[in-house]
Ligand binder design. Sequence first.
Ligand SMILES: Cc1cc2nc3c(=O)[nH]c(=O)nc-3n(C[C@H](O)[C@H](O)[C@H](O)COP(=O)(O)OP(=O)(O)OC[C@H]3O[C@@H](n4cnc5c(N)ncnc54)[C@H](O)[C@@H]3O)c2cc1C
Length: 400
Amino acid sequence: MGDRIVERHHQILIVGGGTAGITVAARLRQQVPSLDVAIVEPSTKHYYQPLWTLVGGGIYKPEDSEREEADLIPPGTTWIKDAVSTFDPDTSQVTTKNGDVITYDWLIVAAGIQINWDKVKGLRDAVGHDAVCSNYDIKTVPSTWRSIQEFRGGTAIFTQPTGPVKCGGGPQKIMYLAEEAFERSGVRKQSRLIFATGTPRIFAVEPYASSLEKVVARKGIETLFKHNLIEIRADRKEAVFRKVDSEDEVVLHYDMIHVTPPMGPPDFIAQSPLADAEGWVNVDKFSLRHLRYSNVFGIGDASSLPTSKTGAAIRKQAPVLVENLFRCMNDQVPSASYDGYTSCPVVTGYNSLIMAEFDYDKNPAETFPFDQSQERFSMFFLKKAGLPSLYWHGMLKGRV
Ligand SMILES: Cc1cc2nc3c(=O)[nH]c(=O)nc-3n(C[C@H](O)[C@H](O)[C@H](O)COP(=O)(O)OP(=O)(O)OC[C@H]3O[C@@H](n4cnc5c(N)ncnc54)[C@H](O)[C@@H]3O)c2cc1C
């Protein structure tokens, strides 16, 4: 850092160039090309993370989910290749890891969710090898398909922590793919599959929950609800769970374990004046405007929006945020409203998927004119072939 302090100003500053940051920047520049928009993003690569379920299931290669960040920054937008370390919303400025100070007229925080590997003892060292795998990082996702292929029978455990995760149905999707892969490779008969989750039910929303209960029963998968993974003992191949209600500990042997790690708000947000009591960017759930700082907006996984954290949700949040930002820039009151829409395409096999779509009230908010709580090949095909294209060419270009 030394004595290098650079000061710069941007009309609109976006923190994070992931799904939400790029989508919002594209929409802003498309609607008003003269806007001065800058994105602070440290990573040179951008990932379409929903593909990692299918990478873990051996359908795609990890590199299929990856693009150069430079190719996605909308034309005319400034990319600041750095990370924000502190916010000072009272003076409308941020400080970066390099020590630069950036001031802004308007701030949009889109820095995603933080993976807390260290909240499970032994996990950070164990994950990625010796039958401990996880779809939740580009570095560990190849270990999922490897573990599935190397599994020769015994106990396969799939975990979900208590608390919010990216795409609430994600932890069980990979289990259904693994189950079918075990059938195909002939090891299913000598194997036991366990879904051990901190949550009280297989899915939070009806009618999808009832359908998924039938899927689990049909596939002969055992469920352990309100069981939160707290430790991996890799040397003994043991997973330690704490019961949510009683605090009792349960130790299970595994021959393969897929871990969905605990997640939470990024530390640099949680420690800032922008955070709510839990650490998320404290925004109004309808307008996406910050509840205390009127020139700040929040979007996506880092925000306090009380809905399932997905890219699909961001597709509906982005136009609301952009419209409300333009209104605020013109001294008008925000009037566009986000209804909590989110979507979780729950892959139930190599040819089937339940397309859950719902809003803040947990009411189905479905796109298609058929019962989406049923498993369908058409919805699997949409996830595999349609949605990646919609993401790269539609959403990130500000078109859908
Ligand atoms: C296995 C898996 C399956 C999923 N399945 C689905 C699905 O089927 N459907 C669906 O819609 N969604 C799915 N998701 C969720 C979806 O990928 C996320 O909800 C979405 O990417 C969140 O977007 P975001 O912009 O909020 O965060 P991200 O896309 O994660 O972007 C955050 C960005 O902020 C940057 N950043 C972090 N810290 C800083 C800092 N200090 N300063 C500046 N920048 C910073 C990061 O580098 C990153 O680029 C899945 C995710 C996973 C992992």
